[in-house]
Design a binder for this molecule. Structure first.
Ligand code: C2E
Ligand code: MG
Ligand code: MG
Length: 603
């Protein structure tokens, strides 16, 4: 029996099944499309609800504007920020809200930036309904139509008053001296430069208190601080509102006198400031007396810009100080010449280091009781090809100010140590070498490694190398000096305080310094026989050295009478022209030979 296949079904049944299938397919497609569109509608609805809720609940103000910048929509934050309701703003131009005048040109620029970069950001000032003006950060973006043109703009903004006032406060702090509240150095420079740009005729004064360090060191920083505050206040009472009083730091103040006749009136202002500052100060129960020294410079004669003007005025201030303090000095042509002379010397000094124009001379130190030369002091000389032998008082200060003292001092130490080992080879085993070191050298990071290196290279025995530090340097920052000196002492280096009596030593610090000797300054030795004060200082220093168990060298001994006096008082070592001037190494060696053999006749 033949099997029945599809092809064998009757024709009508076949058609019905096909049409039914197609219908089912169409229906299911329609259902799918319908469901998709329902889903998309729901999704879009959810998205727009989300956007609306973001729009409504945002803390940032959002203003929708037309391409002509009229407000066509806004969120509630706009009212919170500006005070205006939707009814008051809708239809108004955006410029209604801004404090600045927004020109069509500004508007065009913003729109151009938005179409080019998609966004414009900036800070503008808005006006609150209450009338006050406040800064806002504004971001403008565009909503594009189907052709890609902006159909509207979204202006998102927030009030940045708080951020701005914080920034201003930080800026203000950066420009203010925290102790006195006066403009600080940076602010002074800014203001001075601004005045100079305007071509203002003015006088600049730098004022330095004469005895501040003593007050600060003896009565403490709290008293010192209050004194500075009081000085600032008194200076403020001396000036006009256009003038400036600034604190540069430490006990240095600047007064800028803005006046057409500055050069004529500066002197009398300086005088009245000196009087005001010299009146006693009552601080924490102390009645303090302080004077000051003032340098004055006039713009534009004494400097074209703030920094050269201040530099020259500083020179004038130092001149006032060196002329007995409590006075004022105008910057002069002579001072300018001195400055250029200093610069010339500084340049020569720099070259001299390379050209090796320095040499050391040595001055013997004699142990008074035994009459033996026990040491020498190394003293630098500059053998200049044209000027001849230049003494250190002509160049050490300049080397210190220009920092050249550090390489120069390193050379001195190297040369002195080389000489110790050379003389040791020639039989001078016990000779002690004293080397002067300056403040900057003592602070220099390389000093310790240099000493280690020299001690090792030249096999320097403990105690044969002595470093001399002047009293003023040692007492400038005693705590720091103590720790650095202790490190040096631990390396076997002997330590002396040079020019003792010319600074002011705190006895408690003196006790803490790991010293081996004191050197009485020669100014006290000079008049030891005629001036009872000098004699008393020498006697007291000798006693002090004995109490502190320190050695004592008297400098500048020129006569037998001075030597005898020192011997009677118990001073152990003397150095000076009475025995010998500083001599070059070979001559000193020969001098020692003759001296030890009793062949030297003293003057
Ligand atoms: P100082 O260290 O107090 O040196 C003593 C000074 O007194 C030397 O002057 C010396 O020549 C001088 N002198 C010695 N005996 C007498 C005397 O009987 N009568 C007189 N009138 N003077 C005498 P000098 O060599 O001109 O040195 C001056 C200052 O320069 C030194 O004073 C020292 O502070 C500094 N100095 C010298 N060499 C160096 C150095 O290598 N480094 C540093 N940092 N400073 C140095
Ligand atoms: Mg010395
Ligand atoms: Mg000295």
């Amino acid at each position: 029996m033949p099997t029945a296949g599809w092809g064998q079904l009757s024709q009508p049944v076949n058609w019905v099944l096909m049409i039914g299938g197609i219908l089912a397919l169409i229906l299911s497609t329609l259902a799918y499309v319908w469901l998709r569109s329902i889903q998309q509608l729901r999704q879009r609805d959810a998205e727009s609800r989300l956007a609306r809720s973001v729009f409504n609940s945002s803390n940032e103000g959002m203003l929708i504007t037309s391409p002509r910048d009229d407000v066509i929509g806004m969120n509630p934050a706009v009212t919170a920020i500006t005070g205006y309701t939707a009814a008051e703003l809708l239809g108004m131009p955006l410029s209604f809200l801004t404090a600045e005048n927004i020109t069509p040109e500004d508007q065009r620029k913003v729109h151009a930036a938005v179409s080019q970069h998609g966004v414009w950001q900036g800070e503008i000032h808005a006006r609150h309904k209450g009338g006050h003006v406040f800064p806002v950060a504004l971001t403008v973006t565009a909503v594009l139509d189907q052709s890609g043109k902006p159909s509207s703009f979204i202006n998102t903004f927030s009030d940045i008053s708080e951020r701005k006032s914080n920034e201003a406060r930080i800026q203000d702090l950066a420009l203010r001296d925290t102790l006195t509240g006066l403009p600080n150095r940076m602010d002074l420079y800014n203001r001075l430069e601004a005045l100079l740009k305007q071509g203002q005729s003015l006088a600049v004064m730098i004022l330095d208190l004469d005895n501040f360090k003593i007050i600060n060191d003896t009565l403490g920083h709290a008293v010192g601080d209050q004194l500075l505050v009081e000085v600032g206040k008194r200076l403020m009472t001396a000036i006009n509102p256009r003038d400036i009083v600034s604190r540069l730091g430490g006990d240095e103040f600047v007064v800028v006198l803005v006046n057409e006749h500055a050069s004529q009136v500066a002197g009398s202002l300086a005088e009245s400031i000196l009087l005001k500052l010299a009146r006693p100060y009552l601080i924490e129960g102390y009645e303090l007396h302080s004077s000051s020294s003032i340098g004055i410079g006039i713009y534009p004669v004494d400097g074209n810009d703030a920094s050269s003007l201040l530099k020259n005025v500083d020179t004038a201030m130092y001149e006032a100080k060196s002329h007995g303090k409590n006075n004022y000095k105008f910057f002069t042509e002579k001072m300018r010449e001195q400055i250029s002379e200093r610069l010339r010397l500084e340049n020569h000094l720099r070259q001299a280091l390379f050209r090796q124009e320095f040499e050391l001379h040595y001055q013997p130190q004699v142990h008074i009781a035994s009459g033996q030369i026990t040491g020498v002091e190394a003293l630098i000389r500059w053998n200049h090809p044209q000027w001849g032998m230049v003494q250190p008082d002509k160049f050490i200060r300049i080397a210190e100010d220009s920092n050249l003292i550090v390489p120069l001092g390193e050379w001195v130490l190297q040369e002195a140590c080389r000489q110790i080992s050379k003389w040791r080879g020639e039989g001078l085993d016990e000779l002690c070498m004293s080397v002067n070191i300056s403040a900057r050298q003592l602070q220099s990071r390389h000093l310790f490694s240099l000493i280690d290196h020299l001690v090792a290279t030249h096999d320097i025995k403990p105690g044969t190398l002595e470093l001399e530090i002047t009293e003023s340097v040692a007492m400038d920052d005693p705590e720091k000096t103590i720790s650095r000196m202790k490190k040096l002492r631990a390396k076997g280096v002997a330590l002396a305080i040079d020019d003792f009596g010319t600074g002011y030593s705190s006895l408690s610090y003196l006790k803490l310094l790991p010293l081996t000797r004191l050197k009485i300054d020669r100014s006290f030795v000079k008049d030891i026989e005629t001036d009872p004060n000098d004699a008393a200082i020498c006697t007291a220093t000798i006693a002090l050295a004995q109490i502190l168990d320190l050695g004592l060298v008297a400098e500048g001994v020129e006569t037998e009478a001075q030597l005898n006096y020192l011997r009677e008082q118990g001073c152990d070592t003397a150095q000076g022209y009475y025995f010998s001037k500083p001599l070059p190494a070979q001559q000193l060696f020969e001098f020692i030979q003759r001296f030890q053999q009793g062949q030297v006749t003293t003057p």
